[in-house]
Design a protein around this ligand. Structure first.
Ligand SMILES: NC(=O)c1ccc[n+]([C@@H]2O[C@H](COP(=O)([O-])OP(=O)(O)OC[C@H]3O[C@@H](n4cnc5c(N)ncnc54)[C@H](O)[C@@H]3O)[C@@H](O)[C@H]2O)c1
Length: 329
């Protein structure tokens, strides 16, 4: 059993943003071809503590390099008030020959990397080569910082960054980190979600909101919204926008904005396509220039799997991590 700690995983992931985006592209293509198995994520919630949850994401990737595994990721939003991350995660990779577990990885970094790679890939595809120049980041947490880094790899570093967070301290600390990452960028704080939506043609939601709180009326037509946190946008706005998803069956669950929109409208007709269909060219998508396009990725476990297998291979090659040879004996 190869055990990879957070520092090991971080060392291997660092600087490979373009490779991760390509891995995510290939994995979405496989998923849209039906070459994966991604059962619904299992949400463990606590009856007396609705804010917290732990999610299990099993997955199988077929194709040329088959693999299987499970991510087990917890979200305890109040952690951030104690200065520790909201999310923590572990990933198990299993042998497809014996079924035995072969590797155990710290997975919060992998999870953030695949989420940001997915958002950056969608930004590239949905802005169709017209560089938006700037980005509004709504929610100043781990995920939106990763989104910013991966946008740099996918479409070039944004020259203008607008951020918004209800916590001024979180917004200011985020701005400081953005300055460190992109010293030449013009960075400002928006007072409201509406101002942030209006400020740029590319917007990313990375909040911990549990219920929709934002309508899209202040966004200019043609704006691309990366709805990574899934529960921010009002169903009426979702219904009035173009919608691209990672997997409609996954994303129309667990009270996401799309799930609420499905309940409101009684169908999924508001969803235009999956990102895999756009990658494979199996669905034509010509956005109405008067509409906003929203990308809502539920977050498929097979993306974590793809990155974890890559990390495991690099670790084996370079002798990184702790090999517990007698783990199963
Ligand atoms: N779709 C996916 O694949 C995927 C994967 C990982 C994480 N996520 C989601 O991304 C979100 C962000 O994760 P994180 O680790 O960065 O969280 P985090 O807790 O580190 O940061 C969230 C930030 O959002 C802010 N916030 C809360 N309400 C807001 C509002 N109305 N407007 C603006 N900001 C607001 C909080 O103050 C906090 O600073 C979470 O909801 C998480 O579940 C999605």
């Amino acid at each position: 059993m190869l055990v990879l700690r957070k520092a090991d995983v971080g060392e291997i992931l660092n600087g490979k943003e373009k490779e991760h985006i390509e891995l995510v592209r290939q994995t979405y293509a496989l998923h849209a071809q039906g070459a994966t198995a991604v059962p619904h994520s299992t949400f463990l919630r606590f009856p007396d503590d609705p804010a917290n949850r732990i999610i299990g994401l099993p997955s199988y990737r077929g194709g040329k390099s088959p693999a299987a595994g499970l991510k087990w990721i917890s979200s305890f939003p109040a952690n951030i008030h104690s200065g520790i991350p909201r999310a923590s995660a572990v990933m198990v990779l299993n042998s497809l020959r014996t079924g035995h577990p072969e590797a155990l990885l710290e997975a919060s970094l992998i999870s953030a990397a695949r989420t940001a790679a997915s958002a950056a890939l969608a930004a590239d595809i949905l802005t169709e080569g017209r560089s938006p120049g700037g980005v509004s980041l709504i929610g100043c947490g781990v995920i939106n910082f990763e989104v910013l880094r991966y946008l740099g790899a996918a479409i070039g570093a944004p020259g203008e960054i607008v951020v918004h967070d209800p916590s001024p301290a979180r917004a200011e600390e985020f701005v400081r980190r953005c300055h460190e990452l992109l010293p030449d960028a013009a960075i400002s704080i928006a007072d409201s979600v509406e101002d942030a939506l209006a400020a740029q043609r590319l917007v990313s939601f990375g909040t911990n909101a549990g219920e929709p709180h934002a309508d899209l009326t202040s966004a200019e037509p043609g704006t691309v919204v990366l709805h990574v946190s899934l529960r921010d946008i009002e169903p009426l706005s979702i219904n009035g926008a173009h919608n691209i998803v990672d997997d409609a069956d996954h994303v129309c669950r667990e009270r996401t904005s799309l799930h609420l929109t499905e309940q409101m409208t009684g169908s999924r007709a508001f969803i235009d396509a999956s990102i895999g269909q756009l990658i494979n060219g199996t669905v034509a998508f010509t956005p109405d220039p008067d509409k906003v396009t929203v990308y809502s990725p539920f977050g498929l476990g097979v993306l974590d799997l793809a990155l974890a297998v890559d990390v495991q291979a690099t670790a084996r090659e370079h002798g990184i991590g702790i090999d517990v040879a007698d783990f199963l004996s």
